[in-house]
Design a protein around this ligand. Sequence first.
Ligand code: FAD
Ligand code: SF4
Ligand code: SF4
Length: 480
Amino acid sequence: MAERMLKFVGTPQAMPDKRPAAERRRDFDEIYERYARDKAAEQAARCSQCGVPFCQVHCPLHNNIPDWLKLTAEGRLDEAYELSSATNNFPEICGRICPQDRLCEGNCVIEKGFESVTIGSVEKYITDTAWDRGWVKPIQPRRERPESIGIVGAGPAGLAAAEQLRRKGYQVAVYDRYDRVGGLLIYGIPNFKLEKEIVQRREKLLRDSKVTFHLNCEVGRDVTLEELRDRHQAVLVATGVYKARDIAAPGVGLTGIAAALDYLTTSNRHGLGEMTAAFESGLLDAKDKNVVVIGGGDTAMDCVRTAVRQGAKSVKCLYRRDRANMPGSQREVKHAEEEGVEFVWLSTPQAFLGKDAVSHVRTVRIHLGMPDASGRQMPQEIPNSHFNIEADLVLMALGFDPEDLPAMLAAPDLGVTGWGTLKIDWRSMMTNLDGVFAAGDIVRGASLVVWAVRDGRDAAERIHSYLTTKVQAAQRIAAE
Ligand code: FAD
Ligand code: SF4
Ligand code: SF4
């Protein structure tokens, strides 16, 4: 092993080639090229095969990273794929969009002074290669089971659960209010981070595996949760969180001020070849506009970078804390800066100015004060520090809360937490309704794709235990 691995001393870290910013600004294609085979093997060989791999500990899926890195370094890519897909339903998606700097790579303890192994890029390389070579095959369960499971939500949590349950032979039906499969993977996250074909080939794989999809079907409107409980032996709710947070500032209702997700969804629909009134009318098109995005998370980063690609005149991001204290990935900030985005740190909007449509954001400077109960320094406005920023389009990216789930699903007895997320028993992942389980953002609050996958997999296991226990109990009673 030592011969091939532990190359971090002589081999510097190298991400796959990144397209020049000037080129990236003109299209919505992904920004990284793929590793060449030799490069992937060379980078994988930098791993020092730690006895206690902190990368694995800090990956929410506990992926067997050191082993698939070693297999990649040895050119045994088919085995690397088998191993990496055993713990992750969408390795090529996580490899692209996990904030690795906060998860696996951020905890790579290769050796002080050396940069981490490029785990995400290698993971993506392994599975993209597997797709190219036809190793990714539809599921053929060893035995079919008669029980059927209804899944509400075709985002990563619902899809991961669907795949795992189908592997066990269950009949799986997925319901989604959208017209496409993928949840935020398709309508939230922009193409330059995750090309839509990557999600669509996963959808096809699930369809070829005989998972059925009922799209344009909103549970609570087109079918009730109660009806699904009658139709299926178990139901999984994986509906995500979509209620955009707002701020109460004068002028917030002016034309030209929009919610970040409406903007991103419109842009994604446009990219998928659809005509939408919001885009065609220019309302949610940043072309030739001065754009101001408010917020410092992943959604804000996606908005600023989308606006650049739509041909905005200027793009500014206002965030009330500083760079070191922002929730978004540092890697994304770097990409955004390269692409021409200006960050206005330590600032917050006080009012939106304009006659009918917004023309300026009245902004005030912030000073970070004493830490609050969570340990984060409290933003405090600096008196008389106002200034105006020109703006024709303002995008609010302040985070998301859950909708009113019992009302939305027409299930008044469904238990929720004080935050409005679904209340589950964490051991069984079941809600207070018998046979109704929940997973993903609707349980955790706005989180990450990798956590949604983890929850979907866990929920599939719990549903399987629930159903097998039920079947065994029924058999016992019949035998008595
Ligand atoms: P979702 O992906 O939200 O899917 C829920 C699905 O349920 C949707 O398809 C919705 O239509 C459907 N649904 C809702 N209500 C109903 C109903 N009543 N009936 C039928 N269907 C319903 N995470 C990362 O790891 N990396 C990133 O780079 C990243 N970027 C992001 C960028 C943006 C703009 C946003 C908003 C989020 C981003 N995230 C990112 C977070 C990530 O997308 C989510 O954590 C993840 O998608 C949650 O998965 P989910 O399956 O729980 O929910
Ligand atoms: Fe890292 Fe995400 Fe892959 Fe885990 S799933 S190894 S956190 S990129
Ligand atoms: Fe390899 Fe880094 Fe993981 Fe250690 S922490 S096993 S060096 S990838």
